[in-house]
Design a protein around this ligand. Structure first.
Ligand SMILES: Nc1ncnc2c1ncn2[C@@H]1O[C@H](COP(=O)(O)OP(=O)(O)OP(=O)(O)O)[C@@H](O)[C@H]1O
Ligand SMILES: Nc1nc2c(ncn2[C@@H]2O[C@H](COP(=O)(O)O)[C@@H](O)[C@H]2O)c(=O)[nH]1
Length: 216
């Protein structure tokens, strides 16, 4: 049995599913982009949506933009891990590639709402890490949605009107982080990810190493 310390620990643990949820505009996408830029062990789950594409978004990178009929076909064909209607549009997490990536020890990052989080947690409890991001205030949330400049005033109003209902799901998460400043929030999410990666139950590759130590 091997009793040397495994060097490449990506080969020695199961991947995890890191979920970021928040009311719209609190900063999930901002934190997710930073994480993806700095951490090569995590990859984004790209959702499918019926929402119209925003300026600057890229099909296949930000979302797979599909029409109602295609979304319905994907639901019928069981192509989604989870799906939900959010702000009047449909969003879903395609299964393709996620299972294989987790098995190979790669992590997957999800930017999904509380409904999707509940569904993923029911299906893959042991692999799921749930992080809820709060804005420092509702006024600041409004400023961020407006300042982003991607949505019409009626869309922003609808998202603000849902903000408190979204926040009410905060207690269905393992971690809650206030996104007051981007760097501070990002550091906290990074620390959560680092600690979760070290969980004994995920470090399957250590079993042989520990057995070797125990055997002397
Ligand atoms: N800590 C922060 N301070 C100031 N502005 C921020 C902060 N975090 C994010 N922002 C800005 O707020 C806006 C909304 O952020 P972002 O798009 O990341 O939110 P989101 O939670 O992904 O929203 P949605 O759910 O609608 O996709 C962006 O313009 C972003 O640059
Ligand atoms: N349940 C799911 N929710 C999703 C998914 N992809 C995104 N979302 C959530 O939708 C809202 C709005 O997103 P936006 O890009 O239109 O601003 C936000 O809360 C996302 O987290 C998904 O696949 N499943």
């Amino acid at each position: 049995m091997p009793n040397t310390i495994p060097h490449d620990d990506t080969l020695h643990r199961r991947g995890l599913m890191l979920i970021l949820s928040s009311p719209s505009g609190a900063g999930k996408t901002t934190i997710a982009r930073k994480l993806l830029a700095e951490d090569s062990e995590i990859a984004m789950s790209v959702s499918a949506t019926t929402r119209p594409m925003r300026e600057g978004e890229v099909d296949g990178k930000d979302y797979f933009f599909v029409d109602e009929a295609e979304f319905e076909r994907m639901v019928d064909a069981s192509e989604f891990y989870e799906w939900a209607t959010v702000f009047g549009n449909r969003y879903g997490t395609p299964k393709a590639h996620i299972r294989d990536r987790l098995k190979a020890g790669g992590d997957v990052l999800f930017d999904i709402d509380w409904q999707g989080t509940q569904q993923l947690f029911q299906k893959a409890q042991a692999d799921v890490v749930r992080v809820f991001i709060l804005p420092p205030s509702l006024a600041e949330l409004n400023r961020r949605l407006t300042g982003r400049g991607t949505d019409a005033p009626d869309v922003i109003d609808a998202r603000m009107a849902r903000a408190q209902a979204e926040i009410s799901h905060w207690d269905g998460y393992d971690y809650v982080v206030i996104n007051d400043d981007v760097e501070g929030c990002f550091e906290k999410v990074r620390e959560i990810l680092a600690a979760e990666r070290m969980k004994r139950t995920r470090q399957t590759g250590l079993i042989d190493f520990v057995r070797g130590l125990m055997a002397g």
